[in-house]
Every structure is written in C-alpha cells, then in structure tokens.
Design a protein around this ligand. Structure first.
Ligand code: KG4
Ligand code: ZN
Length: 333
C-alpha cells in the first residue's frame, strides 16, 4: 500500500491553513494565510471578521496547496479539518469545506481536536511515535498540563483557572500599547531587558496542584504601570515573561516527576517563546528529563499539526461520523 496521504484544514481562529502530509511525517506543504494585519486595528481577533475572511480564502488555498505539493485530489487517503475548540463561525468554514471534499472524493473524514494537534506537534519532526509523556500546551486560548498515555488517550493534570498564558502575553502587550499579538513583541523586547527588575507575582506556584492562574499577574502589571516613568518597557517585558516562564517550567517539571515519566513536551503558540524554550531546556536537562518541542513555525497555529493528529488517528482506524458538527467548546480531556 502507498504511504497514506492526508489533506488537513485549520480555521479555528484567524489563520486559514491547509497542509498535505504523507505518512509517517513528510510535510509536503503547509500553507498559512494569516489575517493578523486585518485584526491588528481592533487590538484582537474579531470573530465576524475572521469567519468572513476564511470564506474567500479556503478554496484557493486548497488549490495552492495541491499545486505546490504536486499531488492530485484523488491521491488523498483522507481529509481532515479542525472540529474545535475555537470560534464557531471560523471553525464552520474549514470543517464544512473538509467534509464536502471528503464526501466528493468518497474518502474518510477526520475531525481533529485543535488541542490534540498542538499536543502531538512535538512528535511531528521526530522519528518516534507519540509516546507516554507530560505535555504542556500553552496557546492563546488554553494552558494545560496533560498526561499523554497514547494517541487518543489523555489525562488532565491541570489547567489555567482564568487567563491562558498567551492571553496574558497579549493583554499585557495591549497595556504596553504593543501591536497585536503581544506575545512575539514581548519576547523580542524582553531580550534587551532585566527580568529581575520588577518582582511580579508567580500565581499558584506553591498551590501543590498543576493548575495555573495568570490574571493576577496581568493585574499586577496594570497597577504597576501608572507608577513607572522613564525607560521601563524592556525590563517590564522581561520581568513579566520571567514570571510566566517560572510557573510554566516549575509546574511542568514537578508534574513529570510526580507522574514518573521522563519525557516532557511543550506545544502551542507560546512554546515559540525564546525564554520558555531556553529555560525549559535547562530545567529538563538538570532534572534528567527528555524534552521535545515543535519548531517555532509549527508551534503557532498551522494545518500540518492537524494533518499529523489526523494521520495518527487514521492509522488506528478512527473515522469521524459526518453527522458530527463543529464544536467551539470541544474538550481534549
Ligand atoms: O497556538 P496559537 O497560535 O493559537 C491558539 O490556539 O490560541 O497561540 C497564539 C498565542 C498568542 O497569544 C500569541 O501571543 C502567543 O501564542 N505567542 C507567543 C509567541 N508567539 C506566539 N507568546 C510568547 N512568545 C512568543 N514568541
Ligand atoms: Zn492553537
């Protein structure tokens, strides 16, 4: 049998993305049409604007992806699309396009949980199959620690009780009047700053569980700002980032030790953060743990990770029921 080929579509938020992946992990193409410039003027993603813009882009993007990969539709073994979580009206565009394509081709359709896409993404460029590990997922909408038992078998260790880590980056970015999204901007500015200058709260660091809280940190920045003058921006970015990274790193290491697993993964948009990557590398090395992270390009939203999660499920015989709808609140665990 030829190596299974999957086409995947991702439209859970503001990126329209299409990828073709050939088993086991050959990314033939990973196209992303970003709408960030459109949403920047509003300081965040506007759902109505996002879904309206997915619509005219999705079909041409599928055509471009096929053309660039040199594949034809009839070579596909299955079609996949993100089912949730995300913005319903955005999800519906990609999910409906994926279903329609699968029905038209007479191929199986696989609806993918966006968070499973992130969670498995660190394995995409490895030679090993997804294996038992403790996964930290840090994105704009989610922050969670998950015990990956095997593909499709996940156990929740902890999650944020308020803001997601990426949300905290973006909100603090807004307070500092940085362009949207704040995460990459803070990462860039923090490189020139002193992360020890401002002593900011490490929410729930000593809570004894694996939950997180970032809204107190954001509020601390809000109350600190009016008291500051002169040159403080880069130091504040670095101090804020250090507080987020401290909690993420310490809780992840503790979770891996407690669950008794030697492999840690970090995924989601915030895993593109340079400080999180270096601190997590140091900490796992010191603790004698292995670490896998997706490349920064595969950390933020993309369709290659959706294709990879779909392929893992396709290979174990999973098929989606075409009567299932997109679900903005779809749970991973
Ligand atoms: O995974 P993602 O692309 O979309 C969601 O599923 O939410 O994550 C987007 C989030 C945004 O909050 C963005 O600010 C953050 O990831 N992000 C970063 C960096 N790059 C993206 N945060 C900190 N440092 C970065 N380098
Ligand atoms: Zn995401």
């Amino acid at each position: 049998m030829s190596r299974p080929l999957v086409l995947a579509i991702e439209t859970s938020c503001d990126e329209t993305a299409v990828a073709l992946l050939r088993s086991p992990r050959e990314i033939l193409v990973s196209e992303i049409a970003s709408q960030i410039d459109l949403h920047r003027q509003y300081g965040g993603v506007v759902p109505e604007v996002a879904s309206r813009n997915h619509l005219p882009k999705i079909r041409p993007l599928i055509e471009v992806a096929l053309q660039r990969s040199g594949c034809s539709l009839h070579e596909l073994h299955c079609v996949a699309a993100t089912r949730g979580p995300g913005l319903l009206t955005s999800l519906l565009v990609g999910y409906s396009a994926g279903k329609a394509l699968a029905i038209g081709l007479g191929r199986p359709f696989i609806g993918v949980n966006h968070l499973e896409g992130h969670l498995l993404s660190p394995f995409l460029q490895e030679t090993a199959q997804p294996s038992p590990s403790v996964g930290l997922i840090v994105s704009g909408g989610h922050t969670m620690l998950v015990h990956l038992v095997g593909v499709g078998s996940y156990r929740l260790l902890g999650r944020t009780l308020d803001d997601a880590a990426g949300e905290a980056f973006d909100k603090v970015g807004k307070l500092l009047q940085l362009p949207y999204p704040g995460g990459p901007e803070i990462d860039r500015l923090a490189k020139q700053g002193d992360g020890q200058r401002f002593d900011l709260p490490r929410g729930m660091l000593k809570s004894g569980d694996y939950n997180f809280s970032f809204s107190g940190l954001k509020t601390a920045v809000r109350y600190l700002l009016p008291k500051l003058d002169g040159n403080f921006q880069v130091d504040l970015c670095a101090s804020f980032q250090e507080a987020v990274v401290d909690v993420l790193v310490q809780k992840t290491i503790r979770a891996a030790n407690q669950v008794g697993l030697s492999l840690v993964t970090v995924s989601g948009g915030v895993s593109a953060n340079s400080r999180l990557r270096s601190r997590m590398t140091e900490a796992t090395t010191a603790a004698g743990l292995d670490l896998k992270m997706a490349t920064p390009a595969l950390s933020t939203d993309n369709a290659a990770m959706i294709a990879y999660a779909a392929l893992q499920r396709y290979l174990i015989g999973y098929r989606s029921d075409l009567r299932e709808d997109a679900d903005p609140n779809l749970k991973l665990v």
